[in-house]
Structures are given as C-alpha cells and as structure tokens.
Design a protein around this ligand. Structure first.
Ligand code: OOB
Length: 574
C-alpha cells in the first residue's frame, strides 16, 4: 500500500502545511483531461499481468525511508552532501508542505530546470507528494524554450539554480516571469536567490507532512520533453504506474539492487539518466545515487573510485571519451560493473572497445521519453551486445516494423518502428493534432525510427524517418531551428539537416537562401542571430551554408535527402 495519506491528526500539522486560502482561486487545468490514456481493457491487462502495481513515487520514497532511513540515498559531491533516505523523505515532505502553503495545488505544473544537484530530488519528490507535475527542462534550455514550457503548461512555478556553467538563471527567470502571467513563483534552489525566493525558505521549517491525499497510481506524475521533430517540443505525460514499471523492469535487466551505486552523469532530468535504470531506478531499489557535476572523465573517474560506483549511463560521444581516458587513468574503476550507452547509435567499433578499456559490461539502450526502452541483456552474447540496440523491457511491449503504408514487413526487413505497451504513452499532452499523426488509430506510437528485428528479437537502429538531428544524443527538431532562421530579415528560406561528425555522430548544417537585395550576413552572424533568439546552444547550427536554391523531389517538394547527401560530402567547413 503506497498511496499517500495525510497525517492522522491535523492538529500536528503546522498552519503553513495546509493548502492555505493563499492559493489564487483561478482555474487549475485538470491535467488528466489533457493527456490521452490507455483504454480500460489495456489498463486491466497491465494490472492483471503485474506490470502496474498501484505504487506512487511519494509512497515509494516513504516505504524506502521507513525500511532503511539511515542508508545514503543521494550524494552531491559539489557541495559535499550525503542525504539519507530518511532525510530525503523528510525534506520532500517539508518542501511539499511549503509549496502547498504557497498555493501549489495538485495537478498544477512546475517547470524544474536544475543541474545535477541534490535539490533536484527534493523538488521532484515534493511535487510527487502533492500530485503537482514537474515539467522536466534541461539546463541547456534558454528563454525561448522555458517561456514556451511555462506558457504551454500554464506553469504555476519555476525552479532554478542561481547560476550554473557560467550562466545566470535568475536573469532567465526574470524574463520568463515577465512574459508568462500564470507563473506565480520562481524558486532558487542553490546560490543567491536575488529577487526571488530561496527554495530553502519555501520548505516548512519544522517537520511537516503535506496535507493532501496525494495522487493515485494511475494519475500523471510528470511531463517529460520529447526530442521532437516539430516547430515546438511536445510534452509527454507519464503516470506513476507506468513509469514505476519501467524502473522495476530496468532494474531487473541491469542488475540494480540495494548494493548498487548509480552515477548520474547526463542531465538528471533527461529520461535516460532518470529511468534507464537511472536515478529513480536506483532509489526504487534502495540504492545510492551519486550526482556527477561534470560529465568528463576528470570529474567522473575520481568519483567512481571514491564512491564505488557500480553503473552509469552515457551518450556515445561521452562513452568514446571515457574509453580513451580509461586507457591511461590512474583511478581505480574496478567497482564499475555496467556501462549503459544510448540516446544515439553507438558504433560497433566503439562498442567493442568498452569492455577491454573500462573493464565492465556494456549494455546498449535504445529508449525514448515517450516510453519504449530496449536493452541488450547482461547474458547476451558479445556479438549481440555490440551489434544491436537491445530488446524491449516488457513481454507486453508490442513491436511492429512497417512500410510507408503501415503494412507489416516480413521478419528481418527494415522499416518504421511502431510500438504500444504498458509504459508507452497513448498521446502527447494537449496536442490532438500531433497525436493524430504520431499515433495510429489503435494506439501505436510512431517512433520515427527505422529499425530491423533480428531473429533473437533484438532491434537494430538503421536510421530515422523523423525530421530530427541527433547531435550526440541531443535531439534537434529541424523545423524549430528553421523557424528561427526564417525570422532573420535577410533570410528567404532555410533548411536544416544533419551531417556526419566523427565525434557526435551527427551535427547540424543549415542551408540558407538569402533574400535578393538584402545585405548578406556572414555564417557567423546567422549563428549569432539564432543564439540571440534565446535558444539552447546545442540547437545553433554547426555550419551555415548559403545556396541559391534547394534540390527538389520529383513532385516538387524540397528534398532533404539530397541536402543531407550534399552536407555529407562537404563536412569540415564551419
Ligand atoms: C532517449 O530518449 P529521447 O526521447 O531523448 O530520444 C529518443 C530517440 C529515439 O526515438 C531514437 O531516435 C534515438 O533517440 N535513440 C537512439 C538510441 N537511443 C535513442 N538511436 C539509436 N541508438 C540508440 N541506442 O534518447 C533515451 C531514453 C531512454 C533511454 C535511453 C535513451
């Protein structure tokens, strides 16, 4: 039994811990009404199969804290803090009580943009306890993205660190608050809060429990961001039941138990380090999470040695860097049992180097924030581990490989991957038009990935049909960047494609047709223009090329295929 309950005696609850009258009486959009869900017969099947067990995140932490309050849950090396399960649980309660007192209501959205610091977990578990929904932004996001997330989700609050990586998030917050009327609070989790409220002051000063019933297991837990292929990112509604199942399944496949130590190297809010098996998988298992402030080997290797890290997850460019650095490191990496690599295609040659260099097992992971996650298994033959991207977590993950007309292809053929299952969403948040395109009538998600199934049921990713660039695991929707390029007064038309890059796998090239008669900008000026639009830096085109015309297909559409081919032949120029 894991559903949250208020304290039995309300008299024990300090006044600030109640959902006080302070909350504006404006309408709180009912999040469930905006999120398509599984038809009842599927939900029943997933419950009967034992995939959905009626747990919630708030209840999960409560249970772990009761079972082993003194075990370390989260290590934050940058600030030399070690929070036990008991402490994390109590902190989440106090923060939830403080947020309720400030009018955050169940179902409301709170944009969370934090680096890899302990407060990330305090904040998300506080929100889980209330039943308010974290919206997971990445530290790289800037004004354009954050304002959009806040506006689109009608967010009530936004949580940042004062500074990170030389960037001042308070300035970003001031900008966003001025633009988004629903945003009632900005909370600063670390550093000088400036004009905003420090998160430490939001938390109730004395032990307190949030005076709300808490969410039900089938309720939404959070909104995750899609990599996307459209002009603006789509939001992915995940429930407690479905996400917790993906954690349990991932833990089993990756051998995570209470003795594991997970190093969180990638940005904590991303679905891969969050759940595959990630920090939440580790906490589910009662294991230890170590937050890595920087992803490079210079930071990570000493932490692996000091904390006895047993597993971690990396995108391919980082895996390459680590593999190279491991050959000469003086640090003892002997505790590392498993390295998960995913987010983008890991080349076979690089995959072969992992075990000899790092002395650990490799698991490839091919996942998506929309749901489906595939892993190579720890007992798979080496050839399978280095040549495939794994097989699904669940026996109830349905996989279809189809042609352009949605007809199933014969076994082993290469085609579009469609999927449906107990932890794959049935639709994006508040996006009926996208949903009609991104899902089949019977609920399969169109992943946009081109795959082939081996006779052992493993998937090999062969390409991509979606108009997206995968820049070393960071996803860029071509249309989003094209829209920003088109805002330049000298730009007549623009197309963004991926081109091969030896380190990132792919990088971006923008083909631009200038407006006749306009003062021609330099490539650098165009990049600066995009940057100044308030976009995450990874979305700024790596290369800008001016052309007179775009190649066309037989029916007169612009041929991105030909542009990609042209870009592939001319890499190297900035
Ligand atoms: C992960 O999630 P997202 O949502 O950032 O991106 C999903 C997309 C997939 O549809 C695919 O196009 C690509 O990223 N991808 C891979 C891959 N893993 C992801 N392409 C080739 N090989 C792989 N191993 O990226 C994500 C979520 C959970 C776990 C791992 C990765």
């Amino acid at each position: 039994m894991t559903t949250e309950k208020p304290l039995p005696d309300p008299a024990d609850t300090p006044p600030h811990a109640t959902a006080a009258a302070a909350r504006p009486r404006g309408t709180v959009t009912d999040p469930a009404a905006l999120a398509p869900t599984w038809p009842e017969e599927f939900a029943e099947r997933y419950r009967a199969a034992g995939w959905w067990r009626g747990e919630t995140f708030g209840g999960m932490l409560r249970e772990r804290a009761a079972a082993h309050p003194d075990r370390v849950a989260v290590v934050d090396p940058a600030t030399d803090r070690r929070w036990t399960y008991g402490e994390l649980d109590a902190r989440a309660d106090r923060l939830a009580a403080g947020m309720l007192a400030r009018g955050i209501a169940p179902g409301e959205r709170v944009v969370v943009q934090l680096p890899n610091i302990a407060e990330f977990f305090e904040v998300v578990f506080a929100l889980f306890r209330i039943g308010a929904l974290p919206v997971f932004a990445l530290p790289a996001h800037r004004e354009t993205e954050i304002a959009y997330f806040c506006r689109f989700t009608e967010a009530a609050a936004y949580v940042v660190a004062a500074e990170h990586g030389g960037y001042d998030y308070r300035a970003l917050a001031a900008h966003v608050r001025a633009e988004v009327p629903t945003l009632r609070h900005v909370w600063v989790a670390q550093g000088d809060p400036g004009e905003f409220e420090a998160l430490a002051d939001v938390a109730a000063p004395a032990p307190a429990r949030p005076d709300v019933p808490g969410p039900a297991p089938h309720d939404l837990a959070f909104l995750q961001l899609s990599g996307g292929s459209t002009g603006v990112p789509k939001l992915i509604p995940r429930t407690h039941d479905d996400y917790l199942y993906s954690l349990r399944g991932s833990n089993e496949i990756c051998g995570v138990d209470e003795h594991s130590v997970y190093l969180c190297v990638l940005p904590a809010a991303h679905n891969f380090p969050l759940s595959s098996p990630g920090t939440l998988g580790a906490l589910y298992a009662g294991a230890r999470v170590v937050l890595c402030p920087q992803p490079g080997p210079d930071t990570a290797f000493p932490l692996i040695e000091r904390e006895g890290v047993t597993l971690t997850g990396l995108v391919p460019p980082l895996a390459l860097l680590w593999t190279r650095a491991a050959e000469t490191t003086s640090h003892d990496l002997g505790s590392l049992d498993v390295l998960l690599v995913g987010g983008a295609k890991f080349s076979e040659e690089a995959a072969r180097r992992v075990r000899p260099a790092l002395g650990c097992a490799l698991q490839q992971v091919f996942g998506m924030a929309e749901g489906l996650v595939n892993y190579t298994r720890l007992d798979d033959p080496e050839e399978t581990v280095v040549t495939t991207q794994g097989r699904p977590i669940s026996p109830d993950d349905e996989i279809r490989v189809v042609d352009d007309a949605d007809d199933d292809l014969p076994p082993g053929a290469t085609g579009h991957l469609l999927t449906r299952g107990p932890y794959t969403i049935r639709g994006y948040w508040n996006a009926p038009e996208h949903n009609a395109r991104s899902f089949t009538a019977d609920g399969f998600y169109r992943t946009g990935d081109i795959v082939r199934l081996t006779d052992t049921g493993h998937l090999v990713v062969e390409g991509r049909a979606k108009d997206q660039i995968n820049r070393g695991g960071e996803k860029i929707a071509a249309e989003e960047v094209e829209n920003h390029l088109l805002a330049h007064s000298a730009v007549h038309d623009a197309n963004v494609v991926g081109e091969p890059d030896p380190y990132l796998g792919e990088r971006t090239c923008a083909y631009v047709i200038l407006r006749p008669g306009a003062e021609p900008p330099t490539a650098l000026a165009v990049k600066r223009f995009v940057r100044a639009r308030g976009l995450a830096a990874y979305k700024v085109p790596d290369r800008v090329e001016f052309v007179d015309a775009f190649p066309h297909t037989g029916v007169g559409k612009i041929s991105k295929k030909d542009l990609r081919a042209a870009a592939a032949q001319r890499p190297g120029t900035p």
